[in-house]
Design a protein around this ligand. Structure first.
Ligand SMILES: NC(=O)c1ccc[n+]([C@@H]2O[C@H](COP(=O)([O-])OP(=O)(O)OC[C@H]3O[C@@H](n4cnc5c(N)ncnc54)[C@H](OP(=O)(O)O)[C@@H]3O)[C@@H](O)[C@H]2O)c1
Length: 219
C-alpha cells in the first residue's frame, strides 16, 4: 500500500465475504481509505480484517456508512431488506449483488419484476445514488485480472447508473483498481451485467464488451 491519497472518496464495504474482502484488497492497493463491516459487532471481524485486508478498518455498518462517500454492498441479496435503508441517504451505493433464487430463496421484490435487481435496489434506496458494477466478475478474479491502464488485455467492467456524474466517479474507481470502465447510459442498461446477460462472467476487453452490450441491446 502506498498511503491514502487526499481527495479520494472514502469507501465503506458492507460484507467481508468473498467479494467484500477481494474488493477491499484491490481498493487498499489503489490507496483508497476503506472501512469494512459485516452484520454485527466489528470485534468479530477485526482479526479477519487485519489478516485478509490489512489497512481496512472494521466498524459497525452504520458507522462505516456514515463516514463514507461510496458504500459497496457486498452482501447476499436476501439480506438487503434487513438493512436500514435510510442510512444510505446522500451516499453513492455500489451494488455488487446478484439475485440467485437457488441460494437467496425466492424474493418477491426481485422475482416478479421486469426491472434489473439494481433498479429495485435504487427504488428502495430513494435517497442514494445506486451504481451497478463488480457483480459480473467472479470474486476469485477480482485481484488476479487487474492490469495497468493501457495493457492490451485489460479486462473491461461495466458501470451503470442513472446519474452520469456518479457513474463517471465510480468509473474512476474501477480504473484505479485495474479495470477498464465501460459506463452505460442508465441503471436499466445494467441488465446486461446480470446472470444470463451477455457480459456476466465474461472476460472481455473494452471493444469486446461494448460490442456485446450493443448486440444484446439490438437483439
Ligand atoms: N461470489 C462471487 O463470485 C460474486 C461475484 C460478484 C458478485 N457477487 C455478489 O456479491 C454478494 C456477496 O457475495 P459473497 O460471495 O461475497 O458472499 P459471502 O461470502 O457469503 O459474504 C457475505 C457477507 O455479507 C455479510 N452480511 C450479511 N448480511 C449483512 C448485513 N445486513 N450487513 C452487513 N453485512 C452483512 C456477511 O457477514 P455476516 O457473517 O456477519 O452475516 C458476510 O461477510 C452477493 O450478493 C453475490 O451475489 C458474488
Amino acid at each position: 500500500m502506498t498511503g491514502m491519497e487526499v481527495g479520494r472518496p472514502r469507501i465503506a464495504i458492507l460484507g467481508v465475504g468473498h467479494v467484500g474482502s477481494a474488493l477491499a484488497r484491490t481498493m487498499l492497493d489503489a490507496s483508497y481509505e476503506v472501512a469494512v463491516a459485516a452484520s454485527g459487532d466489528p470485534k468479530k471481524i477485526e482479526l479477519i480484517a487485519s489478516v485478509l485486508m490489512p489497512g481496512a478498518r472494521a466498524h459497525w455498518a452504520k458507522d462505516a456508512v456514515a463516514d463514507a462517500d461510496i458504500v459497496v454492498l457486498a452482501i447476499p441479496l436476501h439480506r438487503f431488506s434487513s438493512l436500514d435503508h435510510r442510512m444510505f441517504d446522500g451516499k453513492i451505493v455500489i451494488d455488487t449483488m446478484n439475485y440467485w433464487a437457488p441460494t437467496d430463496g425466492v424474493q418477491a421484490l426481485f422475482e416478479d419484476t421486469p426491472l434489473s435487481s439494481s433498479e429495485v435496489v435504487q427504488g428502495a434506496l430513494a435517497g442514494a445514488t445506486v451504481v451497478k458494477t463488480f457483480n459480473h466478475i467472479g470474486y476469485h478474479e477480482m485481484e488476479e485480472e487487474r492490469r495497468p491502464a493501457g495493457s492490451p488485455d485489460r479486462r473491461a467492467l461495466g458501470v451503470a447508473s442513472d446519474d452520469p456524474q456518479v457513474a463517471a466517479l465510480v468509473g474512476e474507481l474501477v480504473d484505479a483498481i485495474g479495470y477498464e470502465p465501460i459506463v452505460l447510459d442508465g441503471l436499466a442498461e445494467g441488465n446486461a451485467f446480470e446472470p444470463g446477460g451477455p457480459v456476466f462472467g465474461a472476460r472481455l476487453t473494452a471493444p469486446e464488451f461494448e460490442r456485446a452490450v450493443t448486440v444484446d441491446a439490438v437483439a
